[in-house]
Design a protein around this ligand. Structure first.
Ligand code: HEC
Ligand code: HEC
Length: 396
């Protein structure tokens, strides 16, 4: 093959040259190109002017300087002056047009570059997501399940992520949904199957990669949440077993139990909260971004929201599980929804700082009250004690 003489084909060579030139030009950033062309144009003009001046100078060089004709006074005052002024006006006009045009173009260029960067981030995020997250949260962010870390338990639901924004933007406990998403991925949910991914939490992804995954998730949001409350005839006990046991344990001991689970111990819960307070916690959840959250059971969390009637059954089930000494006076008897709501409206009934208010006041970026310190400190090997950027809410 190589021994064959290559026929010379000049047009082809020219084509190659033009291709090369086009590639070379395409490779140069546009700003540089514009500046380059301007410099070239300036060089041509200066070159032409000085060449012209030199030619004129040569023409008169043979005449001794004193005898060379100068401009007449008339010329100096009129045509020469006018020529200079005309140049000045021309240049001023040129720059008056050039700068705004360039400025408009530059804004467009910057926007284009930002857009490009964002698209690249989303594309990179998708790949990271498919590699690291899809096995639990589903290839299309539709949710899934993960094996429970606690022996003998049912699989742990892994929430749907394509309605994350819609679900949490409704929440009074989360003030910045994007930051909450980032922090959740960064710190994971200790005590649940959700791993931590950020480097300060011993995770494998860099901050940039986390940003990419976040952008990918945010670029794929739908508006719908499951807003119709679930009709359920399940008893409080059944609801507890389906929804609460995996975090609070069958013995209600949560992180004080064996094995230690991520939930708060619910023994003596009525000494800390009135029935209205407990109901309010069940409705709104306690949302944190560095430890396990207490899900909101009325904002959809891989499940349809529960109506108040169902949640009241859970409250009464928790009451059943307390011994008489663990129940303050006035909290001894099973209560109906109407009774609990009446309780909320009459102040002064509640115990320990729990005025039976609606709960769920947001406190973003801080430990709120006792909750933050507790959830990390007592967490039994959980890494929630880092504190930074926690989102929390206490029943105020
Ligand atoms: C081993 C399974 C598993 C993997 C892998 C995993 N997750 Fe999770 N994730 C879960 C589970 C289970 C939960 C729910 C924890 C709970 O009950 O609070 C969760 C919760 C979340 C939440 C909070 C959802 C909500 O509605 O509150 C986000 C956000 C999240 N994961 C993002 C990710 C991202 C991003 C990745 C990949 C970088 C990832 N997860 C990888 C299992 C997993
Ligand atoms: C994904 C884990 C998880 C699930 C599921 C869960 N919880 Fe929680 N729960 C928590 C955590 C964590 C806390 C502590 C929040 C904090 O203050 O940091 C908590 C706190 C609570 C509290 C407040 C306790 C106190 O003394 O302040 C109550 C009441 C409660 N949960 C009841 C329930 C009930 C009832 C269910 C089921 C309907 C449930 N939880 C499901 C994790 C969970």
């Amino acid at each position: 093959m190589s021994s064959l003489p290559t026929p010379s084909r000049p047009p082809a060579r020219m084509a190659i040259f033009w291709d090369w030139l086009a590639d070379a030009v395409a490779g140069i950033p546009t700003t540089l190109l514009v500046v380059g062309v301007l410099v070239l144009a300036a060089a041509v003009v200066v070159g032409y002017l000085s060449h012209d001046a030199a030619r004129k100078r040569r023409a008169v060089e043979r005449v001794p300087p004193v005898m060379r004709p100068g401009h007449s006074d008339e010329e100096l005052e009129k045509s020469v002056l006018e020529r200079y002024m005309a140049w000045g006006v021309a240049l001023t006009l040129f720059f008056a047009v050039f700068f705004p045009v360039y400025w408009i173009y530059e804004i467009g260029r910057l926007e284009g570059a930002t857009q490009e960067q964002y698209v690249a981030s989303v594309v990179a995020g998708e790949e990271l997501y498919q590699q690291n997250c899809s096995e639990c949260h589903g290839e299309n962010l539709q949710g899934g399940a993960a094996a429970s870390p606690y022996e003998g338990d049912e699989p742990w639901p892994a929430p749907q992520l394509n309605n994350f924004v819609a679900r949490y933007s409704d929440s009074e406990n989360v003030s910045d949904v994007e930051q909450f998403l980032y922090n959740t991925i960064y710190w994971g949910r200790p005590g649940t199957p959700m791993p931590s991914w950020g480097q300060n939490a011993a995770g494998p992804l860099t901050d940039d990669e986390l940003e990419d995954v976040k952008n990918f998730i945010l670029a794929n949001q739908v508006d719908e949440t499951q807003s119709e409350p679930e009709e359920t005839a399940a008893t409080g006990e059944e609801l507890y077993a389906q929804n609460c046991m995996r975090c609070h344990g069958g013995d209600l001991k949560g992180w004080n139990g064996t094995p230690q689970r991520p939930g708060h111990p619910l023994t003596e819960v009525f000494q800390r909260h009135s029935s209205a307070g407990v109901l309010s916690i069940l409705r709104n959840g306690i949302i944190r971004s560095t430890t396990a959250v207490m899900p909101s059971w009325q904002q959809g969390y891989q499940h349809r929201p529960y109506a108040d009637e169902a949640l009241v059954r859970v409250v009464n089930y928790l009451r059943q599980r307390q011994s008489a000494e663990q129940l303050p006076a006035g909290e001894q008897q099973e209560m109906s929804l109407a009774e609990i709501q009446a309780m909320r409206e009459s102040p002064g009934q509640a115990s320990t700082g729990d005025s039976g208010s609606d709960g769920g006041s947001a406190s973003d970026g801080q430990n709120s009250g006792d909750g933050g310190g507790e959830s990390g400190g007592d967490g039994g090997g959980e890494s929630g004690s880092d504190g930074g950027g926690e989102q929390g809410t206490q029943d105020a």
